[in-house]
Design a protein around this ligand. Structure first.
Ligand SMILES: Nc1ncnc2c1ncn2[C@@H]1O[C@H](COP(=O)(O)OP(=O)(O)OP(=O)(O)O)[C@@H](O)[C@H]1O
Length: 356
């Protein structure tokens, strides 16, 4: 996310339903007037202001609406929530390009490009609220339309989560049977990345929905709880160093839509060396980190130390209680617990049904 995108996201939070600023904008729209509002008061903005009134009054939705009844722009200091200018003409550099037509929108876009601050333009004729930040232009949708989009995205997330559960369960069983393939691992990571992307899209909607999105936020939280740590565990099982995991994470996020459906591309991001489609069916071994995370009360530092001492889950499973006890931080009780838990996972996998 670049700095304009981050500024836009913060501004969308300031004007989300349920906020005082949104109440002010709703009042302006209900009174069928337009508005031009700069969100920020800097020397650069001051230099663009001509005429009008210099003020220093606390922001309230009612005051904003009254001041917007006048011609010109309002400048709001969002750090202190004070209205600093009203009825001013903004004079941004006319050579700054703009693709808008009406004067209000052209001024909003040029001011945003010149100052880097968010600028709101409320059209009187079209009942449309637009927000400009740098080169970005974001129309505000009615909460109902936004909620419908967000609901649709949450339905998709729900389906993706169900599919992930299936493929992850299959991977777990195959790992315990020492027969997981590159394809199984790439499929799980593919599903996890799809979930990360749709969740990020939904979070954008939720920020914009403000208090109107509270119930939906709870539903999303329920669906994705624990998914980031699960993803990290799968990655740590197959991508050996933490710096390689970080690199894989960033490359995954950069894959285009067509690459994300290509398991070969995903396997190569994970460094699993797929040169031919047949390589996807090569058997690979996890280090056992995810299996160890299922052992109750095992600290992460101990999990890491164990994984450094055995190369694969199958070797780890073959380790005796005595072997495990040689590791620092593992006493007789813990060694027995680990050994028995891995045995139990293995027995459960033997009885498990592989989904596909
Ligand atoms: N440079 C400016 N500085 C401050 N206010 C401006 C500026 N340009 C336009 N406005 C405000 O916008 C109002 C509408 O202007 P205009 O009709 O040209 O724009 P518009 O984009 O067509 O607006 P709308 O979509 O609301 O019809 C003006 O009356 C004025 O209050």
């Amino acid at each position: 996310m670049n700095s304009d995108q981050a500024t836009l996201r913060s501004a969308l939070q300031l004007i989300a339903p349920g906020t005082a600023l949104r109440e002010g904008l709703d009042r302006i729209q209900h009174s069928h007037t337009g508005a031009l509002i700069v969100l920020g008061f800097t020397p650069e903005v001051e230099a663009l202001c001509s005429g009008g009134f210099e003020l220093d009054v606390e922001f309230t939705p009612a005051r904003l609406r009254e001041l917007c009844k006048m011609d010109g722009a309002v400048v709001l200091d969002t750090d202190n929530w004070r209205i600093r200018r009203a009825n001013v003409q903004l004079l941004p550099d006319p050579s700054i390009p703009t693709d808008e037509s009406g004067m209000r929108h052209r001024t909003a876009q040029r001011t945003a490009r010149q100052t880097g601050l968010p600028v709101l333009s409320l059209s009187a004729s079209m009942r449309l609220i637009s927000i400009y930040v740098g080169d970005l232009h974001h129309p505000l949708y009615e909460p109902e339309a936004l909620l419908a989009r967000a609901n649709q995205a949450v339905d998709t997330l729900d389906r993706y989560c169900q599919r992930l559960d299936e493929v992850l369960q299959t991977l777990t069983i195959l790992e315990m049977r020492d027969s997981a393939t590159v394809r199984d691992v790439a499929t799980v990571i593919q599903r996890m990345e799809m979930i990360r992307r749709i969740t990020s899209e939904i979070n954008g909607y939720l920020e914009e929905l403000g208090s109107d999105g509270r119930l939906l936020a709870l539903q999303v939280d329920d669906l994705v709880r624990g998914s980031a740590s699960e993803r990290a565990l799968v990655l740590r099982d197959y991508v050996h160093t933490s710096s390689a995991v970080a690199a894989a994470e960033s490359q995954l996020s950069e894959l285009g839509g067509d690459q994300l459906i290509d398991l070969t591309a995903i396997a190569n991001v994970l460094g699993l060396g797929v040169f031919d489609i047949a390589d996807l069916d090569r058997i690979i071994q996890p280090r056992g980190i995810r299996a160890l995370s299922l052992v109750p009360r095992l600290p992460w530092s101990v999990i890491k130390t164990i994984a450094e001492n055995w190369d694969s889950l199958s070797e780890l499973r073959a380790a005796s209680v005595e072997d495990l006890q040689k590791i620092e931080g593992i006493g007789p009780y813990r060694a027995k617990l680990i050994h028995e838990n891995l045995e139990r996972q293995h027995a459960m996998a033997a009885a498990g049904v592989v989904g596909w």
